[in-house]
Design a protein. Structure first.
Length: 162
């Protein structure tokens, strides 16, 4: 499969077929970080990120609270949360940190935007408590949606995300 993907998509095809650590021969290791004197760090994590587990980011933050702030994005399932983020809240916090060095005064929970062609964000049961910073209502929400289509989307979302 990986070889087939590599021929079709020469830039990233092989990496999509075989994860980088699939053949890692070493046992997992826990590490204790000494961040004394470290600059402060911002951790931004989507609740359902397919590439990096929310629980791992939260554990890292718990181990490094003296120098980190944690921004969770509720109901977000993408990887790569800062530049081009689906969350204007997380992007604003990231911009402030990158351009001024200022971190939020406390850990934050941000909301996200609907997926393309959808009018609302479908809440998922996950580790984030749902107390997100609400985003302004999308202009797309003013358009009429076929009730039958909305029912199908709601049913698919409710059954496939469990």
């Amino acid at each position: 499969m990986a070889d087939k993907m590599a021929k079709k998509y020469d830039f990233f095809g092989y990496m999509n077929g075989v994860p980088m650590c699939a053949f890692w021969k070493y046992a997992p290791q826990d590490r204790k970080l000494d961040l004394k004197g470290s600059p402060r760090l911002l951790i931004v994590q989507g609740e359902l990120d397919p590439a990096t587990a929310y629980e791992g980011s939260l554990r890292t933050h718990d181990d490094t609270k003296a120098v980190t702030r944690f921004v969770a994005i509720d109901d977000e399932g993408q990887h790569g949360q800062y530049i081009g983020s689906a969350s204007s809240c997380a992007e604003a916090i990231g911009d402030k940190f990158v351009f001024t060095g200022e971190l939020p005064g406390k850990d934050q929970v941000c909301g996200t935007t609907p997926l393309p062609a959808e009018l609302s964000v479908y809440p998922v049961k996950g580790p984030v408590d749902g107390k997100a910073v609400h985003l302004p209502k999308s202009k797309a929400a003013d358009t009429k949606v076929n009730p039958l289509l909305q029912q199908v989307l709601d049913t698919v979302a409710a059954t496939s995300l469990r």
